[in-house]
Write a protein that binds this ligand. Structure first.
Ligand code: WTA
Length: 663
């Protein structure tokens, strides 16, 4: 089945009024990595030459002669006759250049333990781990699942897998056993690297037990042969002899002698699963040379990185694409010094992030609007207690940043002067696509503004015609880019159907957007059935199918309703089976609580609905299609839209009365 495509009609266009703009300060512009506006037209004139030049900033064991092969769209090949080792580009190269003593990672554990890891030390650890993985049978072409907390070993594990030419599939530690198992099965991973547990919100959150549960599902019998366990939480865990191994015990047998082998530029680097419009997550495949080129180039340009002096911090979890590209590959390829923090921003109190910035002198800070809004709610008096004067660039990612949050971020965290780069991109794009460049762009709060040099993105109508300035439509990328998704793992047809069927050889991103009078891009949110909750992508279909898997549920409809803090929130409408016994419809509170818990157990806590409404009927058209748009209106407390196409127009009245009663 192909993914459905949304339409422009499903998304209201908002026209921001009287936008205040912020040009770069002269002093910032003068020192910026990119301060010649000519870069845009030079790259536009010959994008392939531009990307080849950026690719040559990496170390290739065999230089490429071919830049792009687009002879079989949408299957792009970049730099395909070249060979490189991705891990050596992130490690050995810097040590060889005499930078071994530079700090790669300032690690801050949630309980307060710290570790400082230099490039020489990180390289040594990755080499040992690569030797250990080789002894466990990992080799080029294999897949390794990684289910870990935010600790340095997670980076070591990813780079060791990459060093061997194998592909990792990192699964966010908040996902359930079911979700983990589905990802292990889809990728046919033979090894899982995990930890006993990690620290979150002041306590140990177990991970290994979830791996055990995942592997026991369906009576056991998975592709997994070994589970390698890092000791972190110290929590009690079960042990399967012959399958489970302690990382710290195994690693002692291996030294740091390991020569990196070059692999073809199109060798798979990783699979990362993301929600689509159907219930089944998509395994987004990224490869090596093009991915690393764009991750490194954008990290340097967009954040104006000066590796010798900056201390960079991206708060994203490694389980998401932002963690892959802007905690692991981009920063390490650039030889950056970065902070890695294990826990949550409110532990032990809401000053934690700001105390970390003060302690390490963080100069570039990259986070998500939902986190900024949460900090706004707590109040500026908290960050004001800390010295944040080291900050010189701020970044935002994951969803549109509302102008109010933008101003707060600039004022309170950025001393009223730091440029904010609002970066639009996706798991599929692999790296930043649309963003200001801090030394060039006059900033507009709320807009991601300009495609990066060498990137051709624009807004088109439903029919694929480019819209003019001042008009809205759908965001497309017109030419292949180096870090683009290569396919959906094991499902080329779904790859074609989802992204390319709509506009031929242009990539359909699934986002609505408009161009303002200056031609700047304003992102307007998803046009398909994908929700964005706290910057995380969730599929309505996936949560609906989790709900109907509950024995008491007959039918369900899920919508993403606007939410002040999380951007959108999951709201579910559920019809219970008439004969159901376990859930008492007379006690809706208990039923709602049970169903929320069920969704969290099925998918993960991030998918837990904010609200569940038990209803007698759902609004349907005469042909039986559920009208989610109307449910979204109701969930947001808005005037209900046009109900004339409903088979029974009274249904919506009943539902909206019900929602209103609870507000
Ligand atoms: C949304 C995260 C507006 C968008 C890197 C996209 C944004 C989806 C922005 C991808 C932004 C991300 N402004 N919307 N700056 N950044 N999005 O795959 O809807 O987790 O399609 O990648 O997040 O989410 P993903």
């Amino acid at each position: 089945m192909s993914d459905q495509h949304g339409t422009i009609e499903s998304h209201p266009l908002q026209q921001p009024e009287g936008v205040e703009t912020f040009p770069p300060a002269d002093a910032f512009r003068a020192q910026a990595n990119v301060n010649d506006p000519g870069v845009y037209w030079r790259a536009a004139e010959d994008p392939e030459a531009y990307w080849a030049e950026r690719a040559r900033q990496l170390a290739w064991s065999k230089p490429f002669t071919e830049i792009l092969d687009w002879s079989n769209p949408p299957f792009a090949k970049w730099f395909q006759d070249g060979e490189l080792n991705v891990a050596a580009n992130c490690l050995d190269r810097h040590v060889a250049a005499g930078l071994g003593e530079r700090v790669a990672i300032h690690f801050e554990g949630e309980p307060g333990d710290t570790r400082t890891i230099t490039y020489a030390e990180l390289t040594h650890e990755v080499k040992r781990a690569a030797n250990m993985l080789t002894s466990l049978g990992v080799s080029a072409g294999d897949r390794v699942a990684i289910y870990m907390p935010m600790i340095p070993e997670t980076v070591v594990a990813m780079l060791a897998v990459a060093r061997l030419g194998a592909a990792h599939s990192v699964v966010f530690g908040g996902f359930s056993a079911e979700s983990l198992r589905a990802r292990i099965d889809d990728a046919q991973a033979e090894l899982v690297i995990t930890a006993d547990g990690g620290y979150r919100k002041g306590r140990v959150s177990a991970l290994k037990p979830t791996v055990d549960d995942a592997l026991a599902l369906g009576g056991g019998g998975s592709s997994v042969r070994r589970v390698l366990v890092v000791e972190r939480g110290g929590n009690e865990i079960a042990w399967t002899e012959g399958r489970d191994l302690w990382w710290h015990e195994e690693i002692t047998a291996f030294d740091g002698d390991h020569s990196p082998q070059g692999f073809p530029a199109e060798n798979p680097l990783f699979i990362l699963y993301t929600s689509g419009t159907t219930g089944k997550p998509k395994g987004i495949l990224h490869t090596s040379g093009g991915y690393l080129t764009q991750a490194a180039a954008t990290h340097r340009d967009v954040f104006d990185l000066k590796p010798e002096t900056d201390v960079y911090w991206c708060t994203a979890d490694i389980g998401w694409i932002t963690g892959h590209s802007y905690v692991v590959y981009g920063p390490l390829a650039n030889g950056a010094t970065q902070v890695m923090y294990e826990g949550t921003p409110e532990t032990p109190d809401w000053g934690r992030w700001w105390s970390i910035i003060q302690k390490y002198g963080v100069s570039i800070f990259y986070t998500a609007p939902t986190a900024i809004r949460a900090c706004m709610k707590v109040g500026r008096q908290v960050p004001e207690q800390y010295d944040l004067s080291s900050i010189r660039v701020l970044g935002s990612v994951g969803e549109p940043i509302n102008p109010e949050a933008w101003r707060w971020y600039r004022e309170v965290i950025g001393a009223g002067t730091a440029p904010i780069v609002d970066t639009w991109w996706q798991t599929e794009t692999g790296a930043i696509m649309i963003s200001p460049l801090p030394g060039l762009t006059t900033l507009k709060p709320g807009s991601a503004q300009v495609p990066q040099p060498g990137i051709s993105a624009t807004v088109v109508s439903e029919e694929g015609e480019p819209v003019g300035n001042g008009q809205g439509g759908l965001l497309v990328v017109q030419r292949p880019w180096p870090s683009m998704v290569r396919t959906i793992w094991g499902d080329d047809q779904r790859f074609i159907d989802t992204y390319w069927a709509k506009f031929g050889d242009r990539y359909f991103a699934g986002d609505g957007a408009r161009l303002d009078e200056d031609g700047d891009v304003w992102l307007l949110g998803r046009v398909d059935d994908v929700m964005n909750v706290s910057g995380h992508r969730l599929s309505t279909a996936e949560i609906e199918s989790a709900l109907v898997e509950h024995h008491a549920v007959a039918e369900s409809a899920v919508v993403g309703a606007d939410d002040e803090t999380t951007g959108q929130a999951v709201v579910a409408f559920v019809i219970l089976k008439s004969q159901q016994t376990l859930l008492d419809a007379e006690d809706p509170d208990a039923a709602e609580a049970a169903l929320k818990k069920h969704v969290a157990a099925q998918i993960g806590a991030i998918a837990r609905p904010r609200q569940i409404f038990i209803v007698a009927e759902l609004p349907k058209t005469r042909s039986g299609k559920i009208m989610r748009r109307l449910l979204k209106d109701a969930a947001e407390g808005k005037e209900i839209g046009d109900t004339t196409t409903l088979a029974d127009t009274m249904v919506m009245q009943t539902i909206s009365d019900r929602v209103r009663a609870e507000r």
